[in-house]
Design a protein around this ligand. Structure first.
Ligand code: IMP
Length: 178
C-alpha cells in the first residue's frame, strides 16, 4: 500500500546531465592508465545513473551489478543489509568503482564495501549520485558525490518509491498528501 503523494521537482535532467559529465571527467582522470575498471552498479536504483556515467567513461570498462536489500515498500531504512545478487566476476587485483544512487544512513554501502574489500581489489572507490549527509549513521568514504540533498524522500532517474517513478527523467521530492 502506498500513500497518495505528489512530486516536487528538485534536480532537473539538464543539471543531472551536466553533473554526470563533470563526474565522468574526474573519474577518467583518476583512473587514467588503468588496465580495467570494473564499474559495479548497486541495483536497482543506480541503473539509470550507471548507464549515463559509463557512457562518458573513456577507460577500459566492465560493468557488473550487485543487489543488496534496502527499503521494502516504505521509506524507512532497514539496518540489516543482505546481498540478494552478487557480482558475476572476481575483482581481485582490479580497479573497482561502486556506483550508488543515494547514500542515506550509509549502512548499505558500508556492508557492500566491506564485502568487496575482502576480495582484495586494487583500488575501491565510490561514486554516489546523491547523498543525504544529515541522515548518516555510519561513516562512508565516497570519493565522488553528485549532489548533497536535504532529508527528503526523492524519486526519479532510477530511484523509486515502492517501485514507482524510476522512469522520471529528473529527481523530485515526494510530498505526501495526508
Ligand atoms: P542507506 O543504507 O540508508 O544508506 O540506504 C541506501 C538505499 O536506500 C539507497 O540505495 C536507496 O535504495 C534507498 N533510499 C535512501 N533514500 C532514499 C530516497 O530518498 N528515495 C528512495 N530510495 C532511497
Amino acid at each position: 500500500m502506498t500513500r497518495d503523494y505528489t512530486i516536487k521537482p528538485m534536480i532537473t535532467a539538464d543539471r543531472i546531465a551536466a553533473r554526470v559529465e563533470a563526474l565522468a571527467a574526474e573519474i577518467n582522470a583518476y583512473f587514467a592508465g588503468t588496465e580495467k575498471l570494473v564499474v559495479v552498479g548497486l541495483l536497482r536504483g543506480s541503473y539509470v545513473f550507471i548507464a549515463d556515467l559509463a557512457r562518458k567513461l573513456e577507460l577500459p570498462v566492465e560493468v557488473d551489478f550487485i543487489e543488496a536489500s534496502s527499503y521494502g515498500s516504505g521509506t524507512e531504512s532497514s539496518r540489516e543489509v543482505r546481498i540478494l545478487k552478487d557480482l558475476r566476476s572476481p575483482i581481485e587485483g582490479l580497479d573497482v568503482l561502486v556506483v550508488e544512487d543515494i547514500v542515506d544512513t550509509g549502512h548499505t554501502l558500508k556492508h557492500v564495501l566491506k564485502l568487496l574489500a575482502s576480495r582484495k581489489p586494487n583500488r575501491l572507490e565510490v561514486c554516489a549520485l546523491l547523498s543525504k549527509p544529515s541522515r548518516r549513521e555510519v561513516e562512508i568514504r565516497a570519493r565522488w558525490i553528485g549532489f548533497e540533498i536535504p532529508d527528503e524522500f526523492v524519486v526519479g532517474y532510477g530511484i523509486d518509491y515502492a517501485q514507482r517513478n524510476r522512469n522520471l527523467p529528473y529527481i523530485g521530492a515526494v510530498e505526501f498528501s495526508d
